[in-house]
Design a protein around this ligand. Structure first.
Ligand SMILES: NC(=O)c1ccc[n+]([C@@H]2O[C@H](COP(=O)([O-])OP(=O)(O)OC[C@H]3O[C@@H](n4cnc5c(N)ncnc54)[C@H](OP(=O)(O)O)[C@@H]3O)[C@@H](O)[C@H]2O)c1
Length: 292
């Protein structure tokens, strides 16, 4: 199992992308800390993990990521229940859509508070409990960003501002903690079929074709949490480009897709724009190939 015995906390794991990550990590043998504001959703995630029969430890604590005290209490509890943390995924997020001059002031502030301040609070509260004593298996702090960086779609000024901000925050933190055994990485998804994007329609089976399912992102988080990614720091994993990898792999002749070394020229020819974002992550492509 890829993450056997590791302790991973996932923010926003009551539904959507965070829930999919939590279940995927448990399937790979990790002990899981679940947190968001809604206890019923967290308990549902917990139950679904228990039904897998993996017998991993599961710790559940509600916390609002805009309230530092609540986060400190949550991380203390996760540490007590699970032990030192190998990985923390700052995935909780929020967005609303309005033309900028009509954007409700309080909503703009709330989005920045959840998506930016929440990431800072998460790191600050988690830091004392992150397991940083092993150079060969560094601790991971992973943020769920968005394709809003760098694409900046209209009517989403608050979300765009927040997702640009966390890219800068990551760069600063990766430089600041370079000498410590902790790596900072980010997954930047395109649209995903969750309640954030589709409200109550999420998961109804009628999503537009280009919209991903939450579990389509699992491989990226699992790879970043695994020892395969020990050398990746300040990494940006754009889901669009790695979904292109998956698409091109499906149609590639068998002799062209054994591993990144043999696949890369074929991929460059078929998806030259994505190639630039993928070329430094050959190990992730190998990981995807190994799981195809
Ligand atoms: N869906 C997309 O199309 C898409 C695309 C790009 C990036 N993303 C990013 O993916 C991440 C996950 O979003 P999602 O699509 O999975 O949305 P989602 O289904 O709405 O899930 C969001 C999660 O974050 C939690 N959360 C929100 N505000 C919180 C707060 N103040 N304190 C604690 N937890 C909070 C929610 O739980 P509670 O409300 O119970 O607290 C929920 O568990 C976000 O960072 C989002 O920006 C999503």
């Amino acid at each position: 199992m890829l993450l056997k015995g590791k302790n991973i906390v996932i923010k926003g794991s009551g539904r959507g992308i965070g829930k999919a990550i939590a279940i995927a990590c448990a399937k790979e043998g990790a002990n899981i800390g679940l947190t968001s504001r809604t206890i019923d959703e967290l308990n549902t995630t917990k139950k679904e993990i228990e039904e897998l029969g993996t017998e991993v430890k599961i710790s559940v604590k509600t916390a609002d990521i805009t309230k530092f005290q609540e986060l400190m209490e949550a991380f203390m509890m996760f540490h007590d229940g699970l032990g030192p943390l190998n990985g923390v995924i700052a995935n909780a997020g929020y967005s609303r859509m309005w033309t900028t001059h009509e954007f409700i002031n309080e909503k703009f502030a709330e989005i920045l508070n959840i998506n930016v301040l929440g990431v800072f609070y998460t790191f600050k509260a988690a830091y004392p409990y992150m397991k940083m004593d092993d150079k060969k298996d560094k601790a991971r702090f992973i943020v769920t960003g968005s394709e809003a960086y760098p694409n900046a779609p209209p009517k989403l000024a608050a979300m765009v501002a927040s997702k640009f901000a966390v890219v800068g925050m990551q760069k600063a933190m990766a430089a600041e903690y370079k000498r410590e055994n902790i790596n900072f990485t980010m997954v930047l998804p395109t649209q995903v079929d969750t309640s954030l994007l589709r409200g109550k329609k999420a998961g109804d089976g009628n999503k537009p074709e280009h919209v991903l399912d939450p579990w389509d992102l699992n491989d990226y988080y699992l790879f970043l949490l695994s020892e395969n990614a020990n050398r990746i720091d300040n990494g940006l994993i754009f889901s669009y480009d790695f979904q292109e990898v998956k698409r091109v792999l499906l149609e590639a002749p068998s002799g062209k897709k054994e591993n990144w070394e043999v696949f890369k020229d074929y991929f460059k020819e078929k998806a030259p724009k994505s190639y630039d974002n993928v070329k430094n992550y050959g190990k992730l492509v190998d990981f995807i190939i190994s799981r195809c």
